[in-house]
Design a protein around this ligand. Structure first.
Ligand code: PNW
Length: 502
């Protein structure tokens, strides 16, 4: 970054900012134009799987309203838009020998063209949780490494071939921790596997999440290898993975709690980031899991290490960490938002796992930059205001708590760049719209734009205005056109013009 930008305390002018969404959360139209089923289709329709019984059938109707959504992005003045492609629209049955659906290709192709025509950079997630149902039925989806890895690589290849002439930023996966733990451990996300037989007829929470995580790492790595070997040179794009991970702060300065915070980071982030950037699973993961942790062959490891060209970061909150407990999904660490003195870390969001704590955002950026040394693309960050759904619309639009949250994270972002020297290249707020919030259904709203689900009308919230103004103020402007040379003739002309005016 230039020293000019640093001295002015601004983000560099090519900094990408905008908003993010995901296919299943916004599109609806699940049967349209040859789309195949995804694991979320029926899962979300099963009684008890979502808080309000909501499903993905309509969502924000963006399969039909994508143009309106892009107009909204234009009105916000964004530089970039992060969205995901639904695998089962591209290959309805998902597999490497299954047919490609041209209508699905056409849908995303038009969106990409329209964004580019408006000067908005598409930032594309290849997999945001909507596995084709046929692959789960056929061979158990992510549990079957031998089948899923080549099928994912084939799907990614179709994306590179058909969109890569125009898409220059690729994310293979969104949040492998959520895919593995929430889908195959806690059983709260599709396909809903769990050892708890009250919750699910199938699943083994002790083994499956770690097997799934392993498959996802390999699918990412082989897709990235393919891109870099066969497409990158001609298309000139970048490819990486995006990991969720919240900042983990020791509860107090007791040595066991300091160690606990590191263990929590090892399981939340290091599980994926360590193999991908450093070439091995974190030691603690092996200690905790023993032979339940799958092993990479040397050939696999060679493909995994260095497979992400940047660090894709999704983050929402900070947890205070105390040693103890037996929850392996948190690294046998207890999380709390209550400080030793009894006060809360920050404002509580609608969902239990999220409080507003801006300084943690800066600490996490510094940790990732030091540990992994890769340019960071912040691909998600956002807040769900408590009880927003039960407020009248006008009241919901004054989303003070969300504005406060973004004030904290944007100032932390700027401090990390300008004061700490962290190399950060993007910031996407989650989300452009209120949308289908997975197991929460429609009760939890993350949008900077309010969606009235009775009529699908969109209304910008105060937080949308805050973010747009903040980035306009804090990103270096494009260079103004070079001033005309002031030779003697120009000076004479100017004097003449002034004389005439006077
Ligand atoms: C992310 N947690 O999911 C996803 O990428 C989005 O699709 C989602 O809408 C957004 O964050 C808000 O939830 C997460 O339990 C889901 O810690 C759950 C957790 C974190 C992220």
């Amino acid at each position: 970054m230039s020293s000019v930008a640093l001295s002015k305390n601004k983000l560099p002018k090519d900094f990408l900012w905008g908003f993010a969404t995901a296919s299943f959360q916004i599109e609806g139209s699940l049967d349209a134009d040859g789309r195949g089923k995804s694991i979320w289709d029926d899962f979300s329709r099963q009684p008890g799987k979502t808080l309000d019984g909501g499903n993905g059938d309509v969502a924000t109707d963006s399969y039909n309203r994508w143009k309106e959504d892009i107009d909204l992005l234009v009105s916000y003045g964004v530089k970039s838009y992060r969205f995901s492609i639904a695998w089962s629209r591209i290959i309805p049955l998902g597999g490497r020998n299954d047919p490609v659906n041209e209508s699905g290709i056409q849908f995303y192709s038009t969106i990409i063209d329209t964004l580019l025509a408006k000067g908005i950079t598409p930032f594309v997630t290849i997999y945001h949780w909507d596995l084709p149902q046929a692959l789960d039925d056929r061979y158990g989806g992510w549990l079957n490494k031998e089948e899923i890895v080549p099928d994912f690589v084939n799907y990614a290849k179709v994306c590179f071939e058909r969109f890569g002439d125009r898409v220059k930023y690729w994310l293979t996966f969104n949040e492998p921790w959520c895919i593995s733990i929430l889908g195959y451990g806690r059983g709260v996300f599709a396909p809903g596997h769990s050892s708890d037989r009250n919750r699910s007829p199938v699943g083994d929470s002790a083994t499956e999440p770690w097997i799934v995580g392993h498959s996802v790492i390999l699918a990412h790595a082989y897709a990235s290898k393919l891109y870099r070997e066969q497409f990158k040179q001609a298309q000139g794009g970048q490819i990486g993975i995006t990991l969720n991970g919240d900042w983990m702060m020791p509860y107090d300065d007791a040595p066991e709690n300091i160690e606990a915070a590191q263990h929590a980071l090892d399981v939340a982030i290091g599980w994926f980031a360590d193999p991908i950037y450093l070439g091995h699973y974190p030691e603690y993961l092996g200690v905790m899991l023993g032979d339940r942790l799958p092993v990479f062959t040397p050939e696999e490891l060679a493909v995994v290490k260095g497979s992400s060209e940047f660090y894709g970061m999704n983050t929402y909150t900070t947890n205070l960490c105390k040693a103890g407990g037996d929850d392996e999904f948190q690294g046998k660490v207890q999380y709390t938002f209550t400080r030793p003195d009894g006060t809360q870390l920050g404002t509580q969001a609608h969902c239990a796992w999220l409080q507003d704590y801006g300084p943690g955002f800066r600490d996490l950026l510094n940790y990732l930059w030091k540990r992994y040394g890769k340019a960071i693309y912040v691909t998600e960050n956002g807040f769900a205001v408590k009880d927003e759904t039960s407020k009248p619309i006008e009241e919901a639009l004054s989303d003070h708590d969300r504005v406060h949250y973004f004030q904290g994270t944007t100032s932390a972002l700027l401090a990390a760049v300008a004061e700490d020297g962290v190399d950060i290249r993007s910031y996407f707020a989650w989300s452009l719209l209120d949308n289908f919030e997975w197991a929460d259904g429609y009760t939890t709203r993350f949008g900077v734009t309010y969606v009235d689900y009775d009529n699908q009308k969109r209304y910008p919230k105060d937080s949308a205005r805050f973010i747009c103004q903040w980035f306009k103020d804090n990103v270096e402007k494009d260079e103004p056109p070079a001033p005309r040379r002031k030779g003697p003739l120009a000076a004479l002309a100017a004097r003449l013009v002034n004389a005439v005016k006077a």
